[in-house]
Design a protein around this ligand. Sequence first.
Ligand code: OAD
Length: 244
Amino acid sequence: MLIDSRLTETIRSAKKIVVLTGAGISAESDVPTFRDAQTGLWASFKPEELATPEAFLRNPKMVWEWYAYRREMVDKVKPNPGHSALVELEKRVSEFLLVTQNIDNLHQQAGSRNVIELHGNIKRVKCFKEGTIVNDWNVSDEVPPRCPKCGYYLRPDVVWFGEMLPFGAMEKATESARTCDVFFSIGTSSAVYPAAYLPYDALRRRATVIEVNPDETPLTEHAHFHLQGKAGEILPELMKNINM
Ligand code: OAD
């Protein structure tokens, strides 16, 4: 893919870069994007019907098992060249922030350091009542397991529909988007707020907004650059050009 030299120069000279990622960057690691069809036991449910506190309270066992199944799936996949390219980008720019909507932990596994997990992390588990992270729990035959401290159910440390984002996450992400030189939106349908506000915060600050996605999204017409294609192919190519 031919990458515009103006784009390469803009990234090379940037002092502060913010990157927002969505499920698309993990698609090449074979993690289904959020809107891919559900499979297996949960094929008859939409994620929106399972990823809510009400669904959990209605059927804690089913929701816990859906996340346990997805955790097992995520344990088997690896970061792809798109994740690695972002690790390289973080190393070469003086200020860098990665804001991810993904809960698959692949950015951290690839080596990204300054990461905000807007929607939590499927690898972490917390007490439904206290919200405290619980690292190990007795794998009794009870599903979901219970908090060793208060005895209430444990749940995945992810943001469910209708829940608030982790305290301070959006504030920090917004402040960075408003003060960056270059903003990447990678592998996200730009359809879910408040994360989808971030590129517009960057645009208002006259940052260069670059979208990486095989498809168009509501952001495409506003972005300075729309690099059409897969993140796992475009980002390594971009890094190669920048390092020339
Ligand atoms: P979506 O599934 O909505 O969008 C995935 C985007 O990735 C689409 O625009 C695809 O075109 C694009 N895509 C697919 N393969 C790609 C690839 N190889 N490289 C680059 N892009 C690719 O997932 P998200 O936008 O992440 O929220 O969804 C945002 C949030 O919606 C999720 O975090 C979830 C959901 O509500 C919560 O769980 C709270």
